[in-house]
Design a protein around this ligand. Structure first.
Ligand SMILES: NC(=O)c1ccc[n+]([C@@H]2O[C@H](COP(=O)([O-])OP(=O)(O)OC[C@H]3O[C@@H](n4cnc5c(N)ncnc54)[C@H](O)[C@@H]3O)[C@@H](O)[C@H]2O)c1
Length: 347
């Protein structure tokens, strides 16, 4: 099968990260164009790839060189670029979050449908081997029924003065919208239908953020299961870094993402001295290199283009995750609990 020709639009930090991890999919794709309004940034990505792609400053000029695009732009530019690329007949893998408003997301979904092109959202955590295995164990009730999923992500992320990530309108919100969208997406994937929730954010500790730089969200799902995410861009110190705890009725599954380990914590009865003693048991279920699995994400995008399959991180599902965030932001402002039922498109 011929290689899919990919264009990368936006060549900042995340595009460099993508380009440095394409290794394993390079037998299926060829990056034929790289675009950034700052040409030297596009050139850096071209040099990383080393295969002499077209280097441009306007994505509209590279459409004849590509079959599909990876959009790695600031959030307020996702919508326009996605629509333009879809209308040019290109498949689109757009970085998270899909876009900054519901209306924009709906237009993107409609355009993909009209053009019969794949539109996938880059939620790379869905492809992380520890997360995939954790979901498998939860679904299989290997440690019994889940009742609480807690997720911590502690980072220090301070971009320079004037950077788009500081601005609420360009970012589309604060840390919760920009980064928390990964974990709302995971909670919806793992825990099912949301019922109600609350969010509290602060920019204490991250005064460079116009909206919150630290976010706490609790969501109640059907069957009373709870999901929680604490995320900060202001961590001057951290022990957990990235850590997910799935509490089930027979044990706790810990995805220590930063250590690359999936660990089961459960209780075991031992008979060492003839009488039974209940002890904590720790079992390492999986060990992987700490990685951002964007090459697996890209391979899935290519599978969808080649087979017509619906992406795991399809646009309609991604919109639902963002609707949850917008509802939670809205309720936070009104000092209310958010009603999270009946979201999605026609759901
Ligand atoms: N999945 C993840 O783990 C992850 C991590 C970081 C960022 N991201 C996402 O990647 C995207 C980009 O983030 P980033 O951190 O790389 O930002 P960045 O600021 O480092 O890069 C954005 C690039 O876009 C370029 N640009 C701006 N306007 C342009 C235009 N009109 N045409 C072409 N290029 C233009 C800028 O010059 C810059 O180089 C965002 O959606 C972000 O949320 C995802």
């Amino acid at each position: 099968m011929a290689k899919i020709r990919i264009g990368i639009v936006g060549c900042g930090g995340m595009a460099r990260s993508h380009a440095s991890r394409f290794g394993e999919v390079l037998d299926r794709i060829q990056v034929t164009a790289v675009v950034d309004i700052q040409k030297e940034r596009a050139q850096v990505v071209a040099d990383l790839l080393g295969n002499d792609p077209v280097v441009e400053t306007d994505y509209r000029r590279v459409m004849s060189h590509v079959d599909a695009v990876l959009i790695v732009l600031p959030h307020h530019l996702h919508h326009r670029a996605t629509i333009d690329c879809l209308n040019a007949g290109k498949h689109v893998l757009v970085e998270k979050p899909m876009a900054n408003s519901e209306q924009e997301c709906i237009e993107m979904i409609d355009t993909a449908e009209k053009q019969n092109r794949v539109l996938m959202v880059a939620y790379c955590m869905r492809f992380h081997p520890l997360v995939v295995k954790m979901k498998e164990l939860i679904d299989g009730k290997v440690y019994g029924d889940i009742f609480q999923l807690s997720i911590w992500t502690e980072q220090l992320t301070r971009r320079e003065e004037g950077h788009w990530t500081r601005s609420a309108s360009q970012l589309g919100g604060g840390q919760f919208f920009s980064h928390g969208c990964h974990y709302v997406d995971l909670m919806l994937w793992m825990l099912g239908k949301p019922v109600r929730g609350s969010h509290y954010g602060t920019n204490r500790g991250t005064p460079w953020m116009e909206k919150e730089g630290t976010s706490n969200v609790t969501i109640e799902f059907e069957n009373g299961i709870l999901g929680y995410h604490f995320g900060t861009w202001g961590a001057r110190g951290t022990r957990l870094k990235y850590s997910f705890h799935a509490h089930c009725e027979e044990g706790m599954i810990e995805a220590a993402i930063s250590e690359g380990k999936l660990i089961a914590h459960s209780r075991a009865t031992e008979h060492v001295t003839g009488k039974p003693t209940v002890r904590q048991k720790e079992e390492i279920l999986l060990e992987v290199q700490n990685t951002k699995p964007t090459e697996v994400e890209m391979a899935h995008f290519i599978d969808c283009i080649e087979t017509g399959a619906k992406p795991l991180t399809h646009a309609i599902g991604s919109l639902k995750g963002l609707q949850v965030i917008w509802k939670l932001y809205d309720a936070e402002e009104k000092n209310e609990i958010a009603d999270l039922r009946h979201l999605g498109l026609g759901a």
